[in-house]
Ligand binder design. Structure first.
Ligand code: FAQ
Length: 311
């Protein structure tokens, strides 16, 4: 029986059809999806903090409205993704507990501070740019609810990226001090943005199995290369440089050569020891605790409503 189910699962994956919540799936497939989707959801929710930091200090009403909309979108992406984990049997409350207890990860990128308003532009351009590069292939991931969530999320990420690039273009047309601010932000965010794609393939414990299950459609290094190739002409048009002396076009490969991020720093950050890890998690924990009364009120309301219906 299990052999039949396993064969059907393998066939569905191999034929590029989607696995749906009620289909049989190997335990490891379910566990891997819950891990990846939960980390992704946590990243969206924690990722609201570095930008939320600037909403009250945006330089104009227009920039404030854009930033508010972007941060709200991120909350929506997080909730959408938590809903996808629920289709796999995960419990949203438990996932949040694991996040605030440091038992589940979120993207390393959100452990760096946002020092100036140029960081808002660079997060949109580079961080959302990396997110899109990583997530567009996930629209073809083998698990249906995750693939469908990615389609909508990618559309919104595209708006996020465009607003960031437009913000930077505006600053680059401004004063020398504004141009310097943009270059400084690019210098600080370039290497962390390369780390978003995960460790080099040789150190990526999950890639091989995730590719076989078609959860991941590309390796970490493939996507990192694609991102570098995509970003270089955008930087030239903007008038900024990347802080990498090894970055240059390789005509033979048809790709840019580039240097490696500091992988020791990456593992430190992933291990909870980056510049803002404790601040981010403490803030999330406080928001979760402060929201307890809302969850209790919602549950009490739902219980009363269902009692009324039964009665
Ligand atoms: N940070 O074996 P692999 C956004 C962990 S976009 C922290 O290669 P995998 C939008 C990894 O989980 C950001 N941990 O892992 C936004 C694994 O942990 P384990 C979120 C990382 O899963 C923009 C271990 O290292 N996007 O939020 C990182 O096959 C602006 C070994 O690594 C997604 O999550 C990292 N950078 O590949 C919001 C996309 N990299 O097994 C606000 C979906 C690796 O020890 C503002 N996720 N690790 O528990 C993925 O595509 C994959 O999970 C990868 C990692 C590619 C991130």
């Amino acid at each position: 029986m299990v052999d039949d189910l396993a064969a059907r699962f393998e066939h569905t994956v191999a034929s590029e059809a989607r696995i749906e919540p009620r289909d049989w799936m190997p335990d490891g497939y379910r566990r891997t999806l819950i891990r990846q989707i939960a980390q992704h959801a946590h990243s969206e929710i924690i990722g609201m903090q570095p930008e939320g930091n600037w909403i009250s200090r945006a330089p104009s009403l227009r920039r404030k409205a854009i930033l508010l909309a972007k941060v709200q979108d991120e909350a929506g992406h997080g909730l959408y993704l938590y809903a996808a984990t629920e289709t796999l049997g995960a419990d949203r409350g438990e996932l949040t507990e694991k996040l605030v207890d440091g038992k589940q990860k979120y993207s390393s990128i959100f452990n760096y501070p946002t020092l100036t308003f140029a960081d808002m532009g660079v997060i949109g351009w580079l961080v959302d740019g990396a997110a899109i590069c990583n997530q567009v292939p996930l629209c073809r991931t083998s698990y249906g609810p995750y693939a469908r969530a990615m389609i909508r999320i990618c559309k919104e990420e595209s708006f996020h990226q465009r607003q960031g690039y437009e913000l930077l273009m505006t600053m680059m047309r401004g004063t020398l001090a504004q141009r310097d601010m943009v270059q400084d932000a690019v210098n600080r965010w370039w290497w962390p943005s390369l780390m978003m794609f995960g460790p080099p393939d040789s150190e990526s414990s999950n890639t091989e199995q995730s590719m076989a299950w078609r959860i991941k459609r590309n390796t970490n290094d493939e996507l990192r290369q694609k991102y570098v190739d995509m970003s270089v002409p955008q930087a030239a048009k903007l008038g900024v440089t990347f802080p990498d002396p090894l970055l240059k076009w390789n005509a033979e490969r048809g790709h840019h050569d580039f240097g490696q991020p500091d992988w020791d720093e990456f593992w430190q950050v992933v291990g909870g020891h980056g510049p803002c890890n404790s601040q981010r998690v403490a803030h999330r924990r406080k928001a979760h605790e402060d929201g307890a009364w809302v969850r209790e009120a919602a549950e009490a309301h739902a219980a009363k409503a269902s009692a009324r219906q039964d009665g």
